[in-house]
Design a protein around this ligand. Structure first.
Ligand SMILES: *Cc1c(COP(=O)(O)O)cnc(C)c1O
Length: 375
């Protein structure tokens, strides 16, 4: 069976984790965490980066940083992971779901514009499949209305938009290092900040609302509780595991990209015949080969394809059930505008195996299995 995902591993991680253990300093914000933060600043060009315990906690930090309160509204795509919405629902906000562009499954800026009210306090573009949203249009809306953007860049570490890095194009960029992502520490994430004030407050929120980071830098002579916060900093063991991957991020991405290109070329004929729709990447987006998806005709055909692939030892999977139709989505949010693509296209979408270490032979076997469905 060809797995859908295998968590990324490079052998240098074992060495780094052993060093972390030997140092006897395994709580947060030690040398491995700092080195990860530095790598993330190097990759993103952001002002600062802070590792967190998950992509979920990175989003929760963003919601606290933007002072989201009960009664506020936050606009995001319905086609996303529940953590995007939870982070803001936890602060009491109403989630306003809008439609996606079918070409990318990313939030449609025109739908965002139409959904803005006097209560809108944040807009959350999700860079689905590592392909960046239409940031020019979203930034124009953000400026026009004075509403900050928060990037859910969980899938988009090292992706670009017109040469700019995902995570660095908004007030708070949120990364995930879950084991299903391109770079992983088991469970983990990061916030990317581009504003000095937000960066300083993020340090406090991440350290249970204390000014402990300033204390360690000698900027204050004792540390105290100064803001709300939580424990959002991961252990050094996890940071050590991640660091080796961040140091080799280009090689890891290049290898994933080889499989991505293999799929994209190998499936052209089926697309030309109108049997399937291939994933599309706008010219201005440099993606990170996080995912390769295809779209089938409808839900029934997708179910049949998933079954067929399983019988042929290929573990393919579908993805999000739109949040606006989920129990909590109904309770904490509403859909603004028309659902033209979210439900229909989410039912057609099918993700093929993709991971660091996947071989060309395995890629060929997946492509062959997809073709044989139509034979
Ligand atoms: C993975 C993911 C998250 C959550 O990240 P965790 O590290 O699993 O908490 C949030 N949003 C999106 C779009 C994701 O893909």
């Amino acid at each position: 069976m060809i797995s859908f995902n295998v968590p990324p591993y490079v052998k240098e991680s074992s060495e780094y984790v052993a060093q972390a253990i030997a140092s006897r300093k395994i709580c947060g914000d030690g040398s491995f965490t700092k080195r990860c933060n530095e790598e993330l600043v190097r990759i993103t060009g952001g002002l600062g980066a802070l590792l967190t315990t998950s992509g979920t906690s990175a989003l929760e930090m963003a919601a606290i940083l933007l002072n989201i309160c009960p009664g506020d509204e936050v606009i995001m795509p319905s086609y996303t992971f529940c953590s995007t919405a939870n982070a803001f629902a936890l602060r009491g906000a109403t989630i306003v779901f809008v439609d996606v562009c079918p070409e990318t499954m990313n939030i449609d800026p025109e739908c965002v514009r139409a959904a803005i009210t006097s209560k809108t306090k944040a807009i959350v573009p999700v860079h689905y499949a590592g392909v960046c949203c239409d940031m020019d249009a979203l930034e124009a809306i953000s400026k026009e209305y004075g509403i900050p953007l928060v990037e859910d860049a969980a899938q988009a570490v090292s992706s670009t938009y017109k040469g700019r890095q995902a995570g660095s194009m908004s007030a708070v960029g949120c990364f995930s290092f879950h084991e299903t992502k391109n770079f992983s520490m088991g469970e983990g994430g990061a916030v990317i900040l581009s504003d000095q004030e937000l960066l300083e407050r993020a340090e406090i929120i991440r350290e249970k609302g204390t000014d402990r980071s300033r204390f360690f830098r000698g900027q204050v002579d004792k540390y105290t509780w100064v803001d709300i916060g939580s424990s959002f900093l991961p252990s050094e063991l996890n940071a050590a595991y991640l660091l080796a991957q961040l140091e080799q991020h280009e090689a890891i991405t290049a290898q994933r990209m080889a499989r991505w290109n293999q799929y994209n070329e190998g499936l052209q004929e089926l697309a030309a015949d109108g049997r399937i729709t291939l994933m599309q990447v706008p010219a201005e987006c440099g993606h990170n080969a996080h995912m390769y998806y295809i779209k089938m005709k409808d839900l029934a055909q997708r179910t049949a394809m998933l079954d067929h692939l399983k019988k042929n030892d290929v573990n393919a999977v579908f993805h999000y059930i739109p949040l606006h139709s989920a129990k909590a989505g109904i309770q904490f949010g509403r859909f603004a505008g028309e659902d033209r693509y979210t439900t229909e296209d989410s039912e057609r979408l099918l993700r093929l195996p993709m991971y660091y270490g996947m071989t060309e032979e395995q890629g060929d076997a997946v492509i062959k299995a997809v073709y044989s469905f139509f034979a």
